[in-house]
Design a protein around this ligand. Structure first.
Ligand code: GLV
Ligand code: MN
Ligand code: MN
Length: 408
């Protein structure tokens, strides 16, 4: 008699097996194409036949489990690499839920159709952003891969693919009409569910992420002999610009806009030298493209003003854009019904402030996402965690949602 529901013990055991690969404190360190990341991909490829799926690892590091069962096919998954020294659930939770849904539903003769499982490469943006899922939907060219570099080591993506034994393999692309849609589960990575004693987040929309390199040019000089009045300190100009953004943006942003300066570098970066150059990586996110466009305009006019006033000049270079995505209404409905049945109705419709592969899949098929609570709302840090009971409830809701979507 096959399982009708997710097997909670099996889901937890799988997540812990993945946590052992590349363990760091209570989290993991699995940059894209690192040895632990590749071992995690192999781990998944070995599990997929348990769900009646043939495993393929493609030329960009995506893993896909392909079904030959007749009937509709639902695509489900997430990612297996992590941010550096980060959490164990960001990514693997969605992959293991997808695997569990396939294990429960694919052998069930009463289910017309099957779940196909995906692990998308480089969701966390070590070499680019959403490279695997964007490749799958046809949005990554060979030239994009030629240009991609590891943000930590500066190794090229071509070198990393060759070292991983993936160079020259074909890339898998979505077959139009094959899938009825894409479903992804993820930890919330915020505190909305926990603070409301809720168990399931039903994602309504996913933010667009826009990223910039902002470069300040001054004059490098001696830190002891150059009078304050005549300095052109690029580091100071950068610090002032960060504060100016924080003062100005609240007047023009939307209710859920967020912005972050994630990296600052001073050139040459020595205590006895006035920095002649400074650079910041700046990111902003919103679910409304008009808000992002308004903020970008503001950013550029602020930079022009600083340059006009001197003594340093500023340039703003856009590195990344992303279209916000709406989640499919019928997917939201299926998650809600499954939550009523299996999570005591403790669900909430909510936008996602994090980026996810679902927003890329949503460009070519209906897509949905569900969240489980994050303890303390912590993520992108090794202390990231979710209560075991919440992981199990999420798995049950996820599998039931897949069943409903397949049997509609
Ligand atoms: C994905 O991890 C993000 O940064 O939103
Ligand atoms: Mn992440
Ligand atoms: Mn993630």
């Amino acid at each position: 008699m096959p399982d009708k529901q997710a097997n909670g013990a099996r889901v937890l055991a799988d997540l812990h097996a993945l946590r052992q690969i590349g363990a760091y404190k209570t989290g993991v360190h699995k940059p894209t194409f690192s040895e632990p990341h590749l071992r995690s991909l192999q781990w998944l490829a070995q599990r997929l036949p348990e769900a009646g799926l043939a495993a393929e690892i493609d030329g960009i590091g995506n893993v896909l489990g392909v079904s030959v069962k007749a009937g509709p096919k639902l695509l489900a998954g997430s990612h297996l690499e992590s941010q550096n020294y980060a959490g164990w659930l960001d990514g693997p939770l969605g992959v293991v839920y997808a695997l569990e849904a396939a294990r429960v539903l694919n052998p069930d003769p009463t289910v017309n159709g099957s779940v196909e499982v995906a692990s998308w490469c480089d969701e966390e943006g070590h070499f680019g952003h959403f490279l695997g899922s964007r490749s799958f939907v046809g949005a990554v060219s060979e030239a994009d891969i030629d240009a991609a570099r590891d943000r930590n080591s500066a190794a090229t993506m071509r070198e990393a693919l060759a070292a991983a034994g993936l160079a020259g393999r074909p890339r898998l692309h979505a077959e139009r009409g094959r899938h009825i849609g894409y479903l992804e589960a993820h930890i919330e990575q915020g505190e909305t569910l926990e603070s409301g004693d809720l168990k399931i987040g039903i994602v309504t929309s996913i933010v667009g992420i826009w990223q910039y390199r902002i470069t300040f040019t001054g004059e490098q000089n001696h830190a002891g002999t150059t009078r304050m009045a005549i300095r052109k300190d690029a580091g100071l100009a950068l610090a002032r610009f960060c504060v100016a953004i924080d003062d100005t943006f609240p007047k023009v942003c939307g209710p859920r806009t967020v912005w972050t300066t994630g990296r600052i570098a001073l050139d040459p970066g020595a205590p006895s030298i006035i920095p002649g150059g400074a650079e910041m990586l700046f990111q902003m996110r919103d679910a409304d493209i008009a808000v992002i466009e308004r903020l970008e305009e503001k950013l550029r006019s602020m930079a022009a003003e600083v340059t006009a006033q001197g003594p340093c000049s500023v340039t703003v270079e856009r590195l990344r854009t992303g279209t916000p995505a709406m989640m499919d209404a019928s997917f939201q409905g299926a998650i809600e019904t499954a939550s009523t049945e299996l999570a005591g109705g403790k669900s909430l419709r909510m936008p996602s402030g994090a980026g996810h592969d679902a927003q890329i899949l949503a460009t070519i098929m209906p897509a949905g996402m569900l969240f489980v609570p994050s303890i303390g709302g912590i993520s992108h840090h090794w202390t990231e965690n979710t209560d075991d009971a919440d992981i199990v409830t999420g798995a049950k809701v996820f599998v039931e949602t897949c069943r409903k979507l397949l049997t509609r």
